[in-house]
Design a protein around this ligand. Sequence first.
Ligand SMILES: *[C@@H]1O[C@H](CO)[C@@H](O)[C@H](O)[C@H]1NC(C)=O
Ligand SMILES: *[C@@H]1O[C@H](CO)[C@@H](O)[C@H](O)[C@H]1NC(C)=O
Ligand SMILES: *[C@@H]1O[C@H](CO)[C@@H](O)[C@H](O)[C@H]1NC(C)=O
Ligand SMILES: *[C@@H]1O[C@H](CO)[C@@H](O)[C@H](O)[C@H]1NC(C)=O
Ligand SMILES: *[C@@H]1O[C@H](CO)[C@@H](O)[C@H](O)[C@H]1NC(C)=O
Length: 372
Amino acid sequence: MEITTRSFVLSLAGIGIMVMMMMTSSAEATMPAVFVLGDSTVDVGTNNFLTGSVDRADFPHNGIDFPGSKATGRFSNGYNIADFLAKQLGLEMSPPPFFSLGNGTAPLNNSSFKGVNFASGGSGILDTTGLSPDGVKMVVPLSEQVQQLGSISSRLASFKGAETAADYLATSVFIISIGSNDMFHYDHDNSSSSSSSTKEQFISQVTATYQKHLRTMLGFGVRKIGIISTGPVGCCPSQRRFNQTSGCLEPLNELAVSFNAKVKTMMAHLSSEFDGMQYSIGDTYSMTMNLIKSPASYGFKNINTACCGLGKLNADFFCTPDANVCTNRDEMLFWDMFHPSQAASKLAASDLYNGGQPFVTPINFKQLAAAF
Ligand SMILES: *[C@@H]1O[C@H](CO)[C@@H](O)[C@H](O)[C@H]1NC(C)=O
Ligand SMILES: *[C@@H]1O[C@H](CO)[C@@H](O)[C@H](O)[C@H]1NC(C)=O
Ligand SMILES: *[C@@H]1O[C@H](CO)[C@@H](O)[C@H](O)[C@H]1NC(C)=O
Ligand SMILES: *[C@@H]1O[C@H](CO)[C@@H](O)[C@H](O)[C@H]1NC(C)=O
Ligand SMILES: *[C@@H]1O[C@H](CO)[C@@H](O)[C@H](O)[C@H]1NC(C)=O
């Protein structure tokens, strides 16, 4: 009798502990969904839907290390940083592309709905980035990704009610990784001497446009924003091949540094203006530079060559079925001439989620998900 009562009390305590663990150890308790916006660093197949786009990766050797060796459209040998972050946040991988959800017409009350990925390879903050001269739709620029989010937001409101939908968006995590292509395009335009703006004017223009799009998102009720900063774009094999010593292209890296500094100021400013806004900035620039300086301490052996490609640094040509592909993929920083390997993406996601200052500020992605 006494024993029965005791074990009843004990099991009640057990349930109490389990409930507490569920509430505190899992980000899911406060985070209903994950949304991803950006470029090829986080694209999971958006561009497969753009007939005629050449900015795609839905063919081998891409995906060689993905389950089933499937080329999904990810610019990686396996998963990308959006997948690893989503995994840290309790999902299996990145949420699916907007276009795969019937362009947002699929039922959002589906219990397996855990968010949307809008990211498009080759896209930028500026609408002119990734624009094809002959009018073929190559990319979905950030402005359009934000519009697509707007359509999701209205549909959520129509079946959940405005208040519940707003709460849903406010507690969801928004991951944004964009800006590299704007830097590449500026640098390219400058060297072909068609540039009409100075570096400072350009950075200001890109930051102002970024801010405009973030304001639209905040207007939808978005409150938790995780920014993945622009990495050392001058250190991509595609840029190193222009340097006789195969070193990083310094002017391009300097452009990224200036842009990242502006974004930091902009985010601090926005968060003081929007009630309840929480944000995290992952400084992938410094993280990658550290890895480049001492690869061995992170388990990497090669930081300047593309695993998949052809020619100098395996970076004269894109990763196509005809390209060379390395076997030691987990020791390579770069998968192709522009994109990090799965191993590098996994390491970066882990640092963004669990890391601290100065690499991820003012809070890390784990704290961002658990905020409120
Ligand atoms: C969604 O949009 C893409 C790209 O514009 C298009 O190819 C596709 O046909 C659309 N799908 C639906 C279901 O509307
Ligand atoms: C989802 O909403 C549609 C109406 O928009 C409804 O017909 C359907 O039963 C709902 N499904 C679930 C699982 O709630
Ligand atoms: C719900 O979503 C899952 C995964 O995206 C899909 O397989 C399933 O068909 C969807 N169910 C409905 C009712 O749309
Ligand atoms: C681009 O050109 C402008 C002048 O047209 C110059 O001031 C600026 O330094 C150049 N930027 C780079 C990265 O070469
Ligand atoms: C090329 O790389 C070297 C380091 O190997 C660096 O000192 C130099 O500034 C780089 N050149 C340019 C144009 O960035």
